[in-house]
Design a protein around this ligand. Sequence first.
Ligand code: SAH
Length: 368
Amino acid sequence: MPNAKTDGQQGVIEIETLLQLTRQKTELYGLLPNEMEQWVSELGQLKFRARQIYNWLYKKRVTTFDEMTDLPAAFREQLKEKAVIGTMKEVTRQTSRDGTVKLLLELHDGSTVETVLMRHNYGNSVCVSTQVGCRMGCTFCASTLGGLIRNLSAGEIVEQLMFFQRMLDAEGERVSSVVLMGSGEPLENYDAAMKFVDIITSPESVHIGARHITVSTSGLVPAIRRLADEQRQITLAISLHSPFDELRSSMMPINRAWNIEKLMDACRYYWNKTGRRLSFEYALIGGVNDDLRHARALADLLRGMPCHVNLIPVNYVPERNYQRTPKEQIRAFVNELQRLGVNATIRREMGHDIAAACGQLRAEQGRS
Ligand code: SAH
């Protein structure tokens, strides 16, 4: 340990940091089953205690240690001292007429993230955030307005889902699918995002099938390749928004690092490695990327690629001056894609009355 006397100011800071770290409690939602085992043995407990804790967290879904009644009282006290179940607080809850629920959650450091539950006839889908803010700088997106504040930990991503699972318990329902499409770029917070996937897919946890999980990216090519190599069965969604490099670069700065050709190569690689059909997101912006010339170029680009295109009428962000594409034009766009053999649908809009689009609630709070 550095000596405060001889190391001067630098050493003092390091000691402070070390003390802070040792004071920090373990975030239980961030532990994989095997890590939980390791952690309980470090506390001097038998391994089966880990299974019991996991069971309380993910099957019975309690939020306090006192409810973990099959653990010895002394161990529960030890847990209170060393660990936390959750670290987030609900700040606002908005429920839309279509059943969509949006939560603004406050993290331990005072930052906020939003998370959304969508009720479909095929099940309940949760959209989680992976970062506070975002640094990708896409011009149409509210999440990026204040830049990136920080990455979320795996536990903070799991906890977003658990808020909704506990809410659904009252109706005897479960979260059946998850999209990593809230604020942030999941592939920039790769390790935490994938640990989140590993935790929620494990049978000891909420056990959501990998095929029911979608990771959306603005196009981080090396991370797409890494994900492909790991051969997970999750769905990869690419935020494309334009078939033309010049336009895409003006909307999405990341395109200057990895252009459409490099992105499509990575997508083909993903398909070859995993056999999973890709999803492409295309936000239609009036007069920008929504005429039939764009539809035809998009069809050319995607020819031969097993994929699905989600057309999203752009959500209005007050700080941006984008207009929505008129309904007839949206129809014409999707018809043109289908005529050219592209599997495309218009995404059903949910929660429109509650600002449920990425970053909108958090941005709204910042504005007021
Ligand atoms: N950073 C990741 C995931 C978060 S965004 C990504 O870029 O994919 C989730 C999706 O919402 C992305 O496809 C994004 O481009 C889209 N999106 C962002 N702002 C939007 C807006 N105002 N209207 C419609 N879609 C938007």
